[in-house]
Design a protein around this ligand. Structure first.
Ligand code: URA
Length: 237
């Protein structure tokens, strides 16, 4: 049976299909020893030998889903050029090749889902599915009602308007406020950029939930398996 190369990579747990396309275009994928940069390329599941960064990869039949309570100081990518510690170091006992669903910044804490199911990643991260993510942010100062109204209408960040978001003040702590923020998109550093846009820099950021799924029942740095059924029902897919 033949499948498209990006699906093969996603099924092998290398990355989501979209990310797999980037890997193909950047020349990290070989089929039978030859670098392939053509996205439509089909590969035979039985006959072809596919490598990613020169390591042989194979589609995995059993999909796994993990919820992690991410600590500060870990990046959510598998690696970067600075040798930062990756969240994958926290999940060493799980032998599968996993990738995180969406990103949390190195200094952001809270729920992160990891899986080897590339198709599900696409569904969770696709803005059309509008999965709500709730963050608790400690920010400088106290947002005024007009700043909060701007935030809720949507703000221009990186030249593009965000969709409407929610913000409410939970606590005032001297020079800081603790706010609860709800967004549906997952743009790069979105919460921090939105808060900066209304002149309240983020001091700390915690992701409390994705849909109704939270990791606050886990100690910081700990993880647990979750079934696909529970995952789907809690995040409201
Ligand atoms: N928004 C941010 O600014 N950072 C995160 O880590 C997540 C959402």
């Amino acid at each position: 049976m033949e499948v498209r190369l990006q699906k093969y990579l996603a099924d092998a747990g290398v990355a989501s299909r979209r990310k797999a396309e980037e890997y193909i275009l950047s020349g990290k994928v070989k089929v039978n020893g030859v670098t392939v940069t053509e996205l439509g390329t089909k590969v035979d599941l039985k006959k072809d030998k596919v490598t990613f960064n020169d390591k042989i990869i194979k589609p995995q039949d059993d999909k796994i889903y993990i919820v992690l309570n991410k600590p500060q100081g870990y990046i959510s990518a598998a690696k970067d050029q600075f040798d930062n510690l990756s969240v994958l170091h926290l999940i060493k006992d799980c032998k599968k090749r996993l990738f995180p669903v969406g990103r949390l910044d190195k200094d952001t804490t809270g729920i992160l889902i990891l899986t080897n199911d590339g198709d599900l990643v696409n569904k969770i991260t696709h803005p059309k599915n509008e999965i709500e993510k709730t963050y608790i942010a400690k920010i400088w100062g106290k947002p005024t009602s007009s700043e909060m109204a701007q935030f809720m209408k949507g703000l221009i960040i990186d030249g593009e308007k965000t969709s409407p978001a929610k913000i409410k003040i939970i606590e005032e702590k001297g020079k800081f406020s603790v706010v609860e923020i709800k967004i549906h998109e997952g743009r790069n550093r979105q919460v921090k950029k939105m808060c900066e846009e209304i002149n309240h820099k983020v001091v700390t950021l915690h992701r409390k939930s994705i849909g109704k799924l939270s990791a606050d029942d886990l100690e910081v740095g700990k993880w647990r398996y979750i079934t696909k059924k529970e995952l789907i029902s809690k995040i409201g897919l």
